[in-house]
Write a protein that binds this ligand. Structure first.
Ligand code: A2P
Length: 333
């Protein structure tokens, strides 16, 4: 069977990655509809060797669509995902709009694939930083339980979108030419700098990005008792998010046991040979679909604790790939 697929936000950083992945994985579509804002109407993009003309998104765009992959921001998803669902499409949404909606499953296929089939028309794709963290921690959680997670992120600018990639490159060029760096996307210079600020601030001092990691981890794992505390930072890297993760487990897990578990986990690859200076780096994540885990060490300050360094491509496993993997599971039934 083949499906009518729509990509909403096809011209964006994640949307373009979706087109590549639909092609690479030979996703079984009959018709492909590329949707974006009115600004992109008439633009041409290719997928599986065919050229497609981008259309503006309207409620009627979703007539006859079986699967709608959304990545055009929360506002667009809030407005159009219900329109698509109403017309019989199943939406897989990469924005934060539906993630915490009790009716919408929040899915990482390696972690909670069974939740996919509880959907009522909209399935949510988690936040990029959450996806790579839970993909790596699930095997440990299943084996020994996890009480508490302390995570600090080092997130690439591509997570913000195409405009942010351009801003980093433009600022770097300007600074190296001793010219003034202009900031439009971020409140401060991102080139040669780190911003401890992603998404909006709440009254308690945490950012929305940090709270996504707390709430989404509990929802995906189906366990509200896991304690999660996060600090999210934006670093001047184009592709790939890194995370320093400290976990306190319920039962003791040694470093070698953890390595063996992670070695056998789907979608996860251990890169951890300090003697050869082998550890995960964002530049390696650019060309991989795997979640890379390294620097696995015991936390000697507690009885049952581990430290890990987790890296993945935020546009692929963190966004487009996970979205399409959800769609693949959905059609497998
Ligand atoms: P457009 O290119 O027409 O602005 P990014 O995350 O890289 O900034 O990409 C955002 C994506 O969301 C783009 O494809 C963008 O299309 C799309 N988008 C933005 N606003 C709308 C809208 N109102 N309706 C549909 N798509 C939108």
């Amino acid at each position: 069977k083949k499906y009518n697929v729509a990509v909403v936000g096809a011209t964006g950083a994640v949307g373009r990655e979706m087109l590549k992945i639909l092609e690479e994985r030979d996703f079984p579509f009959d018709n492909l509809k590329l949707l974006a804002s009115e600004r992109s109407e008439g633009k041409k993009l290719t997928c599986k060797g065919e050229e497609y003309v981008v259309e503006a998104t309207t409620p009627e765009s979703f007539e006859g669509v079986d699967i709608a992959l959304f990545s055009a921001g929360g506002g667009v998803s809030k407005k159009f995902a219900p329109e698509a669902a109403k017309r019989g499409a199943v939406v897989v949404d990469n924005s934060s709009a539906w993630r915490m909606d009790p009716e919408a499953p929040l899915v990482v296929p390696e972690v909670n694939p069974e939740d996919i089939f509880k959907h009522k028309g909209i399935i949510a794709n988690p936040n990029c930083s959450t996806i790579q963290m839970v993909a790596a921690l699930k095997p440990i959680y299943d084996k020994v339980g996890i009480d508490r997670i302390v995570v600090s992120t080092y997130q690439a600018v591509s997570g913000t979108g195409k405009a942010a990639i351009d801003e980093l490159r433009d600022q770097a060029k300007a600074i190296l030419a001793s010219e003034k760096a202009e900031s439009n996307v971020y409140p401060y210079q991102i080139a040669f700098n780190v911003l401890p600020h992603i998404d909006i601030f709440f009254d308690d001092g945490y950012t929305k990005e940090e709270m996504k990691m707390v709430n989404e981890t509990q929802k995906i794992m189906g366990d509200d008792s896991i304690k999660v505390t996060a600090t999210a930072a934006r670093v001047p890297v184009v592709y790939g998010h890194a995370e320093a993760v400290n976990i306190e487990t319920k039962e003791k897990l040694t470093v070698s046991e953890a390595k063996e578990l992670l070695d056998n986990a789907p979608g996860v690859r251990v890169v951890d040979k300090p003697e050869e200076l082998a550890y995960p780096m964002q530049i390696d994540a650019e060309s991989t679909d795997d979640v890379l885990v390294g620097r696995i060490r015991e936390d000697n300050t507690i009885e049952k604790g581990l430290n890990l360094w987790i890296v993945a491509n935020n546009l692929r496993k963190g966004a487009a790939l996970n979205t399409i993997q959800i769609a693949e599971r959905l059609i497998e039934g």
